[in-house]
Write a protein that binds this ligand. Structure first.
Ligand SMILES: *Cc1c(COP(=O)(O)O)cnc(C)c1O
Length: 401
């Protein structure tokens, strides 16, 4: 958990993890191969039994995937990382690696929809119980843990209401029963937040979102200690198979190089738009941690360690939600009047995207669960991209004015 690192995150994002082949290529090579060959039968045997280091099969590990893992681990300030096919593949791999029948997990109920289904509907089929608590009510977390609790799970900021959880406080609660604290760092990414330094044991990523940043490929990752990765996660991935394809790893590896520049620009755009929307008479409420009106603004400033000189201007990140006066009809009017923003459930793209969570990303939830998560019919979620900030704002105002 040391903050002392010889190189800054932006440098690591460009330089860390690179392994050059005999050709001395400058940009990282794409090893698009499913398997590897050996000099002899004896060498094959040594490799398969793990007595000789080296490549075997791309479900286990691949040089391009390994470069992505090493780079992301360096950026998160971690010992190791494991890449997975998707973000959900990462979360599933963590569950398979850490849980057994009779175990219990505690999670915030402000969760990505599929994560909620995985914990609340799928895990119970295997004898694992999940308790869901309010993201920011520490007493609820404390009351929910039991001696059987294996991990505490939180997304911070959460999607879509961008609630910030106090990572250090949750770590203390996890420690009281010897549980692990897992943080989904999808929305901030390692460019704005390094949860391991704040107290998390494990970070999971949907690399599909901001890490990738241009909406091209799916991917995921789990970041943590060398022991956890080598003894628990890699054996699980190797057996269960949700491995990242080398092609996707190569796209993601190149994406990491521009991550901090993209996050900085998108977050500055977001702050500008959030301030303008907050002042607009047709907007009931803006949820954005970069605004002083956000209930966890100070916590966001503390946990989101924007690197470089950007500081507070980018601490809010690139995602926000807002409530339009006039319910679902008014919210849909804003969406339908846009000409720039993409109408899509995805987020974390160079293109700004707009979604009506109640009827799309969170539409599968029962109405009372949706109400508990405060996803109202007038709520819109905006993932701010890299377009000009005035153009994005004008695009949103068209449906309001
Ligand atoms: C998208 C998302 C996931 C799942 O990632 P996939 O790559 O789509 O599987 C998990 N957590 C959060 C917060 C997400 O936004």
């Amino acid at each position: 958990m040391t903050k002392l690192r010889p190189l800054h995150p932006e440098t690591l994002a460009v330089r860390a993890g690179t392994q050059r082949s005999e050709f001395g290529e400058h940009s990282e090579a794409l090893f698009l191969t499913s398997s590897f060959t050996y000099e002899s039968a004896a060498q094959a045997a040594e490799r398969f039994q793990g007595r000789e280091a080296g490549w075997v099969y791309s479900r286990f590990t691949n040089p391009t995937v390994a470069m992505f893992e090493a780079r992301l681990a360096a950026m998160e300030g971690a010992e190791a990382a494991v890449a997975t096919a998707t973000g959900m593949g990462a979360i599933l791999t963590v569950c398979l690696a850490l849980l057994e029948q009779g175990d219990h997990i505690v999670s915030s109920h402000s969760l990505f929809g599929s994560t909620y289904q995985l914990f609340g509907a799928m895990m119970p089929r295997f004898g694992i119980k999940a308790s869901f608590v309010s993201q920011n009510n520490l007493e609820e977390w404390e009351a929910a843990i039991t001696p059987k609790t294996k991990f505490l799970y939180v997304e911070t900021p959460s999607n879509p209401l961008v609630e910030i959880a106090d990572i250090a406080a949750l770590r203390t609660i996890a420690d009281s029963v010897g549980a692990l604290l897992i943080v989904d760092n999808c929305l901030c990414t390692s460019a704005l937040q390094r949860p391991l330094e704040l107290g998390a044991h494990i970070v999971v990523h949907s690399a599909t979102k901001f890490l990738e940043g241009q909406g091209r490929v799916l991917g995921g990752a789990i970041v943590g200690s060398r022991t956890l990765v080598d003894e628990k996660l890699i054996p699980t991935l190797r057996t269960a198979g949700p491995s990242l394809s080398p092609f996707n790893a190569w796209v993601l590896l190149k994406s990491l190089e521009t991550l901090s520049v993209r996050m900085e620009r998108a977050s500055k755009n977001a702050l500008y738009i959030a301030k303008a929307l907050e002042a607009h008479p047709k907007i009931a409420r803006v949820y954005y941690p970069g605004l002083a009106s956000h209930p966890h603004h100070r916590l966001a400033l503390r946990q989101h360690c924007a690197s470089g000189e950007a500081g507070e201007e980018v601490a809010g990140g690139a995602l926000m939600s807002f409530e339009v006066k006039g319910g679902q009809a008014a919210a849909w009017r804003v969406i339908d009047a846009t000409e720039i923003c993409s109408i899509t459930g995805n987020l974390g793209d160079a293109r700004s995207t707009i979604t009506h969570p109640a009827t799309t990303t969170h539409g599968r939830l029962a109405p009372e669960v949706r109400a508990a998560a405060r996803i109202s019919d007038s709520l819109l979620r905006l993932s701010v991209g890299l377009e000009n900030k005035q153009d994005i704002l004008q695009d949103l105002l068209r449906g309001l004015d």
